[in-house]
Design a protein around this ligand. Structure first.
Ligand SMILES: [Fe+2]
Length: 233
């Protein structure tokens, strides 16, 4: 029977974290039952129907004009628990624009949409597990979790894996953001070092002169240095 190992609970978001109000409604109230994945869950759907387009990893070139905001490069590697690269895996990201607004009908933040920014991209890792995106630094945005609640600037990441139930979701943050200390979503990961693995690092090697600052964000799928992911229970 194929099973997928469960990560250390201290190194992933706590399912019931009272400061994060949505978890009060959705956290399971009974012990979880491990169900063996079915054949169709283990074998599909497979990524590959829609080839990655030329601008899919450059969120600043998906519209006629350039989006407003600070252009940045986000790059890193996808690695397994032994530091081996994961080649040719699909990395997707989504984010709000520089003003803190998502292109989403449920986003009612009083900040402008940018006609030149959708905020979604995807890339495949190369043979060494490297991925790279060009985008705009996302803004902080308010959410109604509690009075004066603001999400730190973040980018949502998805790694598809070989089939849908192996998909991993996480969020990348930026160094030295004062809002992380006040964010119940970031703080719902009990282990401080695990939280730090969600913070990208400013990197001069990723930075391009005269053009854009670069941030490095490596994603480790398993093991003691694993990146905290959201959907495992
Ligand atoms: Fe978000």
């Amino acid at each position: 029977m194929t099973t997928y190992p469960r990560p250390d609970p201290r190194k992933k978001p706590t399912l019931l974290h009272s400061a994060y109000l949505s978890t009060l409604k959705r956290a399971p109230s009974k012990p979880l039952i491990q169900l063996p994945p079915t054949l169709s869950e283990r074998t599909g759907p497979l990524y590959g129907h829609n080839p990655i387009g030329e601008t899919d990893n450059d969120l600043t070139r998906q519209h006629p004009g350039e989006p407003l905001g600070e252009r940045i490069i986000v790059a890193g590697r996808v690695l397994d628990e032994d530091g081996r690269p994961i080649p040719r895996t699909l990395v997707e990201l989504w984010q709000c624009n520089a003003a803190g607004r998502y292109v989403h009908k449920k986003d009612s933040h009083a900040a402008p949409l940018d006609p030149n920014f959708t905020g979604a991209g995807r890339a495949s890792t190369d043979d060494e597990g490297n991925y790279r995106f060009v985008t705009i630094k996302p803004g902080a945005y308010p959410w109604r979790n509690h009075s004066n609640a603001w999400r730190p600037a973040h980018i949502h990441f998805s790694l598809f894996g070989p089939c849908l139930i192996t998909r991993l979701i996480t969020q990348m943050y930026f160094p030295n953001d004062p809002l992380m200390a006040h964010d119940p979503i970031f703080q719902s990961i009990p282990d401080e070092r695990a939280r730090e693995r969600l913070i990208s690092s400013f990197d001069l090697d990723v930075t391009e002169p005269e053009w854009a600052l670069g941030y490095k964000f490596d994603i480790v799928l398993r093991g003691r240095n694993a990146t905290p992911f959201e959907e495992h229970s």
